[in-house]
Design a protein around this ligand. Structure first.
Ligand SMILES: Cc1cc2nc3c(=O)[nH]c(=O)nc-3n(C[C@H](O)[C@H](O)[C@H](O)COP(=O)(O)O)c2cc1C
Length: 348
């Protein structure tokens, strides 16, 4: 199935999911380097774009190396959505416009934005048609499986979206009332894929590269979108790519390599953000994710969650690498890879 925008040479493109406060320009660029084929901005309010709200507009910035990129917008007013799509197209020239019909956050759904729209599929179609009118770019959307368990019907929602003019659709198969609980119902991705003529991107609960392959095999989805699974491990894209292409999976970076990638990320953030202290504080969450699972990570995370500058981070990483904990991590990694090699030879 052909995507309406460039997706690189891969048969099954990998997407970095839109994530508020996470899929910002530096992280998007890092994930592109590590093999994400397509990236999407976090969701941006159509009203904010229309009123040229400074905070909203600043989140629309992206660099040439981020293409192909989609800009995701949300709102329940078709006129505002049309005008926002038109402004984004003219000023920022992304590869496509994505409409958010999935956000479960109260502040958004209270005004019928995000997944709030899923209660009224006539409104969903009205919004899509308005956005299509406002741009010459392909229009796509990201949905949940429905508003509630009683209203759960991703195929009906997807057919209405396709009928109104979207050119690809991403499904996170949970309902709004589920928020992030339970598990993503991948069988609904398979059902949507079987019912639609446009490309379907599967999303939800991909924590490892092997999960990406499993989703593709179980659902036949045209693309795979990773959100939380990219936290602190942007290399998941390169590993998933290899598995999808039938190649051996590249090794997971060592502790020292992980820290070097985290520092690369930090430098990109430092160069991008105007306020260095604010940027370091905002970056603490990424630091916590980069050290997840390491020996003594609770203590390491505590130190990292207190930093006010990127220089402090370098010092903390350097001390950890000299400590016994790092030797234990190296030992664990050798042990793990020996174990998995032995498991593979038993399986063969
Ligand atoms: C911190 C965070 C922010 C998110 N922000 C957005 C957003 O702006 N737009 C959107 O469509 N989905 C957003 N999502 C939902 C994700 O794109 C994705 O659908 C969801 O996390 C399920 O995928 P996963 O299991 O791979 O995390 C967000 C999720 C998280 C965890």
């Amino acid at each position: 199935m052909r995507f309406p925008y460039p997706t690189g040479s891969s048969a099954v493109p990998l997407f970095l999911a839109p994530m508020a406060g996470v899929s910002e320009s530096p992280f998007r660029r890092l994930c592109r380097v590590w093999g994400a084929d397509v990236v999407v901005t976090e969701f941006l309010s159509a009203e904010g774009i229309r009123r040229e709200n400074e905070a909203t507009i600043s989140k629309l910035r992206f660099g040439p190396e981020e293409h192909p990129i989609g800009v995701q917008i949300f709102g329940a007013d078709p006129v505002a959505m049309r005008e926002a799509a038109s402004a984004v197209t003219e000023v920022f020239q992304p590869d496509y416009i994505d409409i958010n019909f999935g956000c479960p956050v109260k502040k958004v759904v209270r005004r019928n934005g995000g997944s709030g729209c899923l209660k009224d599929l006539d409104l969903v179609q009205e919004i899509i048609r308005a956005v299509v009118q406002g741009t010459h770019l392909p229009v796509t959307c990201k949905i949940r499986s429905g508003w509630s368990e009683e209203m759960r019907d991703p195929v009906a929602i997807g057919l209405r979206c396709q009928d109104a003019g979207v050119k690809a659709i991403a499904l996170h198969p949970r309902t709004r009332t589920q928020m992030y609980t339970g598990h993503a119902h991948w069988e609904e991705i398979a059902a949507l894929k079987a019912a639609l003529e446009i490309p379907v991107i599967g999303n939800g609960d991909i924590k490892t590269a092997a999960d990406a392959l499993r989703m593709r095999e179980q659902t036949g989805c045209d693309g795979v979108m990773i959100a939380r699974g990219s936290f602190g491990q942007p290399w998941i894209f390169r590993q998933a790519r290899a598995l999808l292409d039938g190649q051996p999976m590249p090794a997971t970076p060592s502790t020292a390599e992980r820290f070097a990638i985290a520092l690369d990320h930090a430098r990109m953030v430092q160069a991008y953000e105007a306020d260095p202290i604010g940027a370091a504080i905002e970056f603490r969450k990424h630091l916590g994710w980069y050290v997840k699972g390491l020996p003594n990570s609770a203590d390491l995370r505590k130190q990292l969650h207190a930093v006010n500058s990127f220089d402090e981070v370098e010092g903390i990483f350097a001390r950890y690498l000299e400590s016994d904990w790092a030797h234990e991590a190296a030992h664990d990694a050798t042990h793990d890879s020996a174990e998995s090699a032995s498991e593979e030879s038993h399986a063969a």
